[in-house]
Design a binder for this molecule. Structure first.
Ligand SMILES: Nc1ncnc2c1ncn2[C@@H]1O[C@H](COP(=O)(O)OP(=O)(O)O)[C@@H](O)[C@H]1O
Ligand SMILES: [Mg+2]
Length: 234
């Protein structure tokens, strides 16, 4: 695997032009995420958090500036190349869980693995999926469909789905926004545990103080600009 920078943004701006008026969602953002970070992107609604995560995760491309993923510059890549990079390096967790409703917990996680690791045989895949579901606390619930699970359990499936590919970076966009505070806390505890014990690099967005308190580094956005970048000493 490449150097210690998982993702690097150099002077990145993102301008949306939904109609006649331009919306500057990010303005000259430079940011480096190193391996092993547990970092919160914070800021009010509309400050650019989702846009920033989407650029880090190759879901979108900047209007200007450069994004490097594992040292690989993303400039001038085709949609297909970006999709390949996303599949190989990134796990996503969303505020609305985004599981496939007709698939069980097991199948939702297996599906993500199938896309990346087509060379693994069925048995190896099965073992890996069961192991990760157990790791996120869902042993015994493998055959439940999303509609048969609580919000917190669904988010655990989503975390397992992101992790099973062993991505370099997990991006979580307001992962606790649709959970009550106790469940949200347990999801943050799980993510922190995966960071500390398994070395998974996490970048998550939030505007919730409780969630922010878990972060070791807080990057604050305001109107598309980084206005604060604080690393806590452990
Ligand atoms: N697809 C889009 N088209 C037009 N404007 C957008 C789009 N996505 C986001 N924006 C605008 O960009 C700004 C930043 O949005 P976003 O990144 O979603 O912020 P946050 O996640 O912090 O709420 C907002 O002004 C928002 O309205
Ligand atoms: Mg958002």
């Amino acid at each position: 695997m490449a150097g210690r920078f998982v993702v690097e943004l150099r002077n990145v701006s993102k301008v949306y032009t939904p109609g006649k008026v331009e919306v500057v969602a990010l303005r000259n953002v430079s940011l480096v995420i190193e391996r092993g970070e547990f970092t919160a992107i914070v800021g009010p609604s509309g400050s650019g958090k989702t846009t920033l995560l989407n650029l880090m995760g190759c879901l979108d491309v900047p209007t200007s500036g450069d994004v490097l993923l594992e040292g690989i510059p993303l400039r001038n890549r085709s949609r297909g190349e970006l999709a390949d990079l996303r599949r190989d390096y990134i796990g996503f967790v969303f505020q609305t869980f985004n599981l496939i409703p007709v698939l069980t917990a097991f199948e939702n996680v297996e599906f993500s693995l199938s896309i990346k690791e087509s060379e693994l045989d069925r048995r190896e895949k099965r073992v890996r999926v069961l192991k990760i579901l157990e790791r996120v606390g869902l042993k015994g619930l493998e055959n439940r469909k999303p509609g048969e699970m609580s919000g917190g359990q669904q988010q655990r499936v989503a975390i397992a789905r992101a992790l099973v590919k062993e991505p370099a970076l997990v991006l979580a966009d307001e992962p606790t926004a649709n959970l009550d505070s106790k469940t949200g806390r347990s999801i943050m505890e799980l993510m922190r545990d995966l960071n500390e014990k398994n070395g998974v690099t996490f970048v998550f967005s939030t505007h919730d103080e409780m969630v922010m308190d878990f972060a070791r580094r807080i990057v604050k956005l305001h109107d598309g600009e980084i206005v604060e970048d604080i690393s806590k000493v452990k």
